[in-house]
Design a protein around this ligand. Sequence first.
Ligand code: C2E
Ligand code: CA
Ligand code: CA
Ligand code: CA
Length: 279
Amino acid sequence: AKETGRNTFQFYAAAMNEAALQRVRLEKHLRNALERGEFTLQYQPQVDLHSGRIVGVEALLRWQHPELGAVAPDKFIGLAEETGLIVPIGAWIIRTACAQNKAWQRAGLAPIRMAVNLSARQFAQRDLVKSVARVLEETGLAPEYLDIELTETIIMSAVEDTIAVLNDFKALGVQLSIDDFGTGYSSLAYLQRFPIDVLKIDRAFVHDITHAIDNGAIANAIIAMAHSLGIEVIAEGVETEAQCEILSRNMCDEIQGYWFSRPTSHEAIGRMLEEGKCI
Ligand code: C2E
Ligand code: CA
Ligand code: CA
Ligand code: CA
């Protein structure tokens, strides 16, 4: 038994070592990724349920490494956060996304919002609002076409400071959204303290919507309460027409998900806008 115990230990030690090594390797690659131009952004449409038209897109980060291939955000965003690399990467994301949105407008396409995800680490940067203001100025994008997505967890982390930063963002004129709503511990009543424009219902609730037990009850309640606070609602992860119909019946404002379009290139979005692709 002692032998097995030791073998098991050695096995775990080796596995842990391997995991730690992999992390170090990934971190090394991540440090070089920005200057080597390995990042791109994809854009996923957000569609208005009243008009059926694209009214916004969410920018989503993609990393293509020459040896590792495509690395999913779930595999490296956490590491980028821990190492602080998310700060320069995040600055690149905001700049690229704003410049892209302005480029669509310059091409004569109907203006849409650009949603950008902010990480906790970025949110803690003292000059965050100023640097966003600078990007808007330099790219020439009007603030109302930028939408900052923050998770509940970020918002709840340091309440007083948070309210000040959010107020500065509102003074700048950008839109503020709460991402993954329903996965944290905040209530809508609590969120009333923050100057939020949009709430994104997490895809877990959207998934349950067509299931007999739930029948859209949770999504319905979230939508009704958000509206009573003057907050718009986007449903995330909409994969079927049935989900879209229920959300539409429940007065959801916008949908985002594979059913309408997967995240895609700026060229593909440009074509959708040009052709007036709608539901
Ligand atoms: P998120 O902000 O909740 O982004 C939505 C995720 O859901 C995206 O995954 C998107 O591809 C996926 N998705 C969209 N429609 C559907 C659908 O119908 N069904 C399903 N199953 N999934 C759908 P992605 O791009 O892999 O990103 C994962 C997470 O990584 C994001 O979740 C976000 O937390 C983070 N992330 C991605 N890009 C960025 C970024 O630029 N900055 C920061 N800080 N985080 C990012
Ligand atoms: Ca998001
Ligand atoms: Ca989300
Ligand atoms: Ca709207």
